[in-house]
Unconditional design. Structure first.
Length: 283
């Protein structure tokens, strides 16, 4: 049996990602850029495109095919998906050079704000028959000096054991495997959930056609998404992966980092447990 047969895809969620992004305009804010900055960045981008055309002798049929694909990408609502998978990791790497504390990673297209708030020791909302191995993620949120950050928020979301995310797959209840866990007075938290599965990025739209045409694979390794925040401190947006997991060394989004790979340990009750602390720098 192939990997594709045992790990269902998250296909069909590209348009939903566009809707979620538009709905969160206030969270993303608007970047104020000077005319000089726009000219510099856009000019460099266009020059890079021109350079590719010259270097690879791009033909008119190839140019027209690219134009048609870009139009389909927009009409299919897949710009957030495409940019988050193929571009965001470079933006994150540039920004990270000036940051301290826990390593960040890409946010991806599947974040949804305003999820249920939970106490420091909590289980994520789940279906009564939720499949998958039980996983406990525990740790502490601290500042750069090691002081605990009381009441820090650990905003967490992830795919289920079949690789689907709530809010983007119609058969999953809203809010499933999503929540905002509030750390205790010592900045500690303990989150019970299930081990997520690897998943394919949506392959039934323009992004998938590009991947197929290029002969690339569409897989992301199993991971947890997190935003960790505390008043007066820079929010950390990151992902946690699992040692030995499929696609960890070949992530289509190129978002994995050694510092973000967990090694869960089997507990007496059969569950898996990982401890991971988050360190936030001041704003």
């Amino acid at each position: 049996m192939t990997t594709a047969e045992v790990s269902p895809t998250a296909a069909g969620s590209g348009a939903n990602a566009t809707e979620a992004f538009r709905a969160s305009t206030a969270r993303h804010g608007s970047a104020e850029a000077s005319q000089e900055r726009v000219s510099t960045v856009v000019g460099a981008l266009l020059e890079a495109v021109h350079g590719v055309i010259r270097e690879h002798d791009v033909t008119y049929p190839e140019f027209q095919a690219a134009k048609a694909w870009l139009m389909a990408l927009g009409e299919g609502g897949e710009w957030p998906l495409f940019l988050d998978v193929f571009v965001e990791h470079e933006v994150e790497a540039v920004v990270a050079k000036a940051q301290q504390g826990t390593k960040g990673s890409i946010e991806g297209p599947y974040y949804l704000p305003d999820q249920v708030r939970l106490p420091s020791v909590a289980g994520l909302p789940a279906r009564p028959d939720e499949k998958g191995d039980r996983l406990v993620l525990a740790g502490q949120v601290r500042d750069l000096d090691g002081a605990p950050l009381a009441g820090a928020e650990v905003d967490i979301w992830h795919a289920d054991a079949d690789g689907y995310c709530s809010g983007f797959a119609p058969h999953i209840p809203d809010g499933n495997l999503r929540g905002v866990v509030i750390a205790d007075d010592e900045g500690r938290f303990e989150i019970s959930t299930v081990l997520p599965a690897p998943y394919q990025i949506p392959t039934d739209g323009p992004t998938g056609k590009l991947i197929t045409a290029a002969g690339w694979h569409p897989w992301r390794p199993a991971h947890l998404h997190l935003m960790v925040r505390a008043p007066g401190h820079r929010q950390v947006t990151t992902q946690l992966y699992f040692t030995g997991g499929e696609w960890v060394d070949d992530d289509v989004a190129q978002a994995t980092k050694d510092e973000l790979i967990l090694s869960p340990e089997k507990q007496a009750d059969g569950s898996l447990r990982s401890d991971y602390d988050f360190v936030l720098e001041r704003d």
